[in-house]
Design a protein. Structure first.
Length: 142
């Protein structure tokens, strides 16, 4: 199923082809600061998404292995993208709130659950990984 989305002002638009409706939640402190809370995001292979309005996108290398991007006009967070070599290289992690239609999405995994704020819990059953298990999954160091 294809889905479209955009930033708040509409300057940056995208289409995701063959969207996998499963998404994940990241509770790391970087995502909390970037998203204002935990980041609920779809993992999107680079070759399945196309963008319009790229001239409005700003990037920030937020770690040794990834960058974050936002719309320069409205400030909407657009993606977290893995830049390091490895199995996730080039993968976009895009906030589900950018989608025009969020129906049928399913939260399948939470990562960095030991860093989640105490103020909320996400309902439902899913895989929940602490920091050590998250780092092992991505083959990363702290």
């Amino acid at each position: 199923m294809d889905r479209t989305g955009k930033c708040l002002c509409g300057a940056v638009r995208f289409t995701i082809r063959d969207l996998n409706p499963e998404f994940g939640t990241c509770h790391c402190k970087m995502c909390q600061r970037w998203a204002g809370a935990s980041l609920l995001a779809l993992s999107v292979p680079a070759d399945s998404v196309s963008f319009e309005g790229g001239e409005h996108v700003k990037h920030y290398q937020s770690s040794e292995w990834a960058e974050r991007a936002w719309c320069e006009n409205c400030g909407s967070n657009l993606w977290y993208r893995v830049t390091a070599e490895g199995p996730f290289h080039g993968t976009y992690h895009m906030p589900i709130g950018l989608l025009d239609d969020t129906s049928g999405l399913k939260n399948m995994r939470e990562i960095y659950v030991d860093r989640k704020p105490d103020a909320y819990d996400l309902a439902g059953e899913r895989e929940r990984l602490d920091t050590a298990a998250t780092l092992a999954l991505f083959g990363a160091d702290e």
